[in-house]
Each structure stands twice: as C-alpha cells, then as structure tokens.
Design a binder for this molecule. Structure first.
Ligand code: SF4
Length: 215
C-alpha cells in the first residue's frame, strides 16, 4: 500500500477522489487555480464541507504538482479501471496541466474524461483532440460577456432562483444552486437541469449528458 501522510514524502493512498455523484474525480485546488465569477466565488460547492478538510486540500495540491511531473503511471492505472473520470471535481486546471491530461486520456482510451472549466483557453486546448476527452465551459449570470463568445459546449450554473438562463443551444447542462445534495431556493425547473441534482438519476454514469453531447 502506498504511504499516506509522511511529511515531505506525502503521497495519497489513491490519486483519484471519490464522489457519490460523479463516481471518481481528479480534484484540484481552488486557490491559485480557479478564476471564479462573482456568483461562483460565493456559491461554489467546493468551498465548504469535506473538500476543505486539511487532508483533502493537501491531496489537491499534490495532484496539481503530480500532473506537472513526467510520470503519471499511478494515475493511469487507476483511471484505466474506470468507465469515466471527472476532471476538476474541485478547482480548475491550469494551462500547464493540459499536456498531462491529454497524455492521460491517450493512455486510457477506454475511459471517458469529462468535466467543467471556467477557462475558455483550456477548453479550446482540450476539446476536439480525443474522442474520450472533453470539457464544458461553465457560465453563470455574472460571467463576463466574453465567455459567451466561446464556440463550444457550455454549462450554466450555479443557477439561483432569480437567474434567467439564456436560450442558447450550446448550453448542455444547467446546475441549480445546491449544497449537500439539496437545491437552495425555488430554482425553476428546466429540461437541461442536471439529472442527479434533480434526483432523477443517482449519478453521472446513469446519465452521461455532460459528455455524450459529442456523439
Ligand atoms: S447532467 Fe448528468 S452527467 Fe452531467 S453532472 Fe448531472 S448527472 Fe452528471
């Protein structure tokens, strides 16, 4: 078994993180990684709960550095066993992570890598390269206008009750604002709402909407 907390030799027991909705995810730090909108800075689900435990933040930082290294063997082995892995389960990618993510997807052709980013340039580097790798660009009611120029798939959220979702075919999924599995406020229903948040499915593997838009 790999060593856990050992000072400067720290390595997590597993490189992937578990998530009851997405199954498995590569979690990254918020700090130094995210460029949140005003809405996201307040509503982000990863700002509270178990994701901010010291051990989890330590792991997020480790993974961020690990993706900058030359050897991602351990992560490849974990991902190859899975049908799908969520990218950025917390935090966001940096541009310098992109080569490792592409390498990972190439080495795991039977695993789907999917997720969301706030960064158009990251999505432009990732999308369209490999059949098993894609990102939605996250937008919300406080996003800068420039984001809407992105010519690729979007997701909208966190959506508060007062937010109007633009009529835009590029929006694949809407995320009603929620915490610990509970929607906050009377967010209007929309056919594009995340099925897990609306408790129509248990998790992403039952749904696949956020990556099957490519098919
Ligand atoms: S819409 Fe489906 S695939 Fe996307 S996050 Fe929700 S449950 Fe997962």
């Amino acid at each position: 078994m790999k060593r856990a907390l050992m000072g400067s030799e720290y390595r997590p027991c597993t490189y992937l993180s578990e998530n009851s909705k997405t199954g498995a995810s590569i979690n990254l730090p918020i700090e130094g990684h995210c460029t949140p909108t005003k809405r996201c800075a307040v509503d982000c689900y990863a700002k509270s709960g178990h994701t901010i435990l010291e051990s989890n933040i330590k792991k997020q930082k480790f993974i961020s550095n690990y993706l900058l290294g030359k050897d991602i063997t351990e992560l490849v082995y974990e991902c190859r066993r899975l049908t799908a892995v969520r990218l950025n389960g917390t935090g966001d990618l940096l541009m310098k992570h992109v080569p490792a993510i592409i390498n990972l997807a190439e080495q795991c052709p039977l695993t789907t890598f999917w997720g969301m980013t706030r960064k158009i340039k990251i999505a432009e580097r990732i999308n369209g390269r490999l059949p098993n790798l894609s990102l939605l660009v996250s937008v919300d009611s406080t996003s800068p206008k420039s984001v809407w120029k992105y010519n690729g798939p979007l997701c909208f959220g966190p959506r508060r009750p007062e937010d109007t979702v633009p009529d835009n075919d590029m929006i694949i999924t809407i995320f009603p604002r929620h915490h610990a599995g509970i929607i906050i406020g009377n967010v209007p229903n929309d056919p594009k709402d995340c099925l897990a948040i609306r408790k129509i499915v248990k998790g992403c593997l039952e749904c696949k909407r956020c990556w099957s838009w490519k098919e």
